[in-house]
Design a protein around this ligand. Structure first.
Ligand code: G3D
Ligand code: MG
Length: 325
């Protein structure tokens, strides 16, 4: 299926259909604007339509006032409330859209929240005219489970090193995450650039990520022994490849070798298959998945250009780091 040929409405319908397939306790899903008008919707049981529209309108007002009040204060805002025998999930999806989910009371709040946030982010991208991959990445289910587990309390520091062949998009991914910007051209990183961003996993658990963008223009391995000193003390390593250049995927092994030759302890790896917004893809998701299984790590497909799945990647890094505490 060529996503480029899908209309906004079809994209929305596919997105909410995906979330309903993933979480079976969801009985209805809708994307509504700030006046409560339904932009797209889906019901598991069409006979329940009137019922559902009635309840949505009843709880919508309370939520919309909170959205308007809090707008701009948080990046993503998800609220879950139980009314009668249903759970309502409202997730802020950009300037004039809200994702609404209706679920059975037995639905898991963490799962609703994590998936809700993820899908709401996709809606934001679509509304900005950006291309997104509407499938829900596998790591989102991992995120949902982790949030269910207990997170440590406190503020922690984690160092992430970002490795990969030149021009795969390392700097672009970091800039997208840290500044939420994409520039068409960056000056090649010389040596190392360190960016910091606080990831709040919940109110009581915060991870200060120090993200090290290491010498993008250097060839890997022994060609640049002096850059290896930047690896010391890393807790996590992002391995980035460009989905439109197979060679950059094959070289992931070399980057792992390179990192392992320096690190004394085991660290978390995570594969990012970048540039999924482009047409000329040479690497399949299956290949990335196999490589991730081999390295016993997670993976995600991203676009630094549209921002697709970029926040999820760093959030995941935050959760993974917590597992090591
Ligand atoms: P690096 O830090 O790994 O060396 P950069 O890579 O972040 O400098 O990116 C290299 C080139 O790829 C840049 O283009 C950048 O704009 C582009 N790029 C990075 N990520 C993406 C992406 O997700 N999608 C698309 N379409 N392009 C991306 P230039 O033209 O400056 O070489
Ligand atoms: Mg760079």
């Amino acid at each position: 299926m060529d996503l480029r040929k899908m209309s906004t409405h079809e994209l929305f319908s596919s997105l909410i259909s995906n979330i309903m397939q993933t979480i079976e306790e969801i009985t209805a899903a809708a994307i509504v604007d700030h006046d409560g008008l339904i932009i797209a919707s889906m019901l598991r049981d069409p006979a329940a339509e009137e019922d559902i529209i009635g309840t949505v309108t009843a709880v919508f007002d309370t939520f919309i006032n909170r959205v308007k009040k809090d707008f701009g204060s948080t990046e993503s805002f998800v609220s879950i409330m139980s009314v009668e025998n249903k759970k309502f999930v409202f997730a802020d999806a950009g300037e004039n859209a809200i994702l609404t989910l209706i679920a059975d009371l037995k639905a898991d709040d963490n799962q609703l929240k994590v998936y809700g946030e993820h899908v709401a982010r996709k809606i934001k991208h679509i509304l900005k005219g950006e291309e997104v991959d509407i499938s829900i990445p596998a790591i989102v289910s991992v995120l949902a489970k982790m949030r269910g587990g207990k997170l440590p309390k406190g503020e922690y520091n984690s160092k992430i090193i970002v490795l990969g062949d030149p021009a795969v998009g390392k700097t672009s991914l970091i800039r997208r995450f840290v500044d939420n910007k994409f520039a068409d051209s960056y000056i090649s990183t010389i040596g190392v650039d360190i960016s910091r961003k606080l990831v709040e996993l919940n109110k009581e658990c915060k991870i200060n990520l120090a993200i090290w963008d290491i010498a993008g223009q250097m060839k890997h391995a022994s060609a640049a022994p002096f850059t290896k000193r930047f690896y010391f003390g890393a807790n996590q390593c992002f391995l980035v490849c460009d989905m439109t250049r197979k060679k950059t995927f094959e070289n992931i092994d070399k980057w792992v070798e390179d990192a392992k030759s320096v690190m004394k302890k085991n660290i978390n790896y995570f594969i990012l298959g970048n540039k999924i917004d482009l047409q000329n893809i040479e690497v399949t998701e299956e290949e990335i998945k196999l490589k991730a299984d081999e390295l016993k790590c997670g993976y995600i497909l991203t676009s630094a250009k549209t921002g697709d799945n970029v926040d999820d990647a760093f959030q995941y890094a935050g959760y993974k780091f917590c597992e090591t505490l």
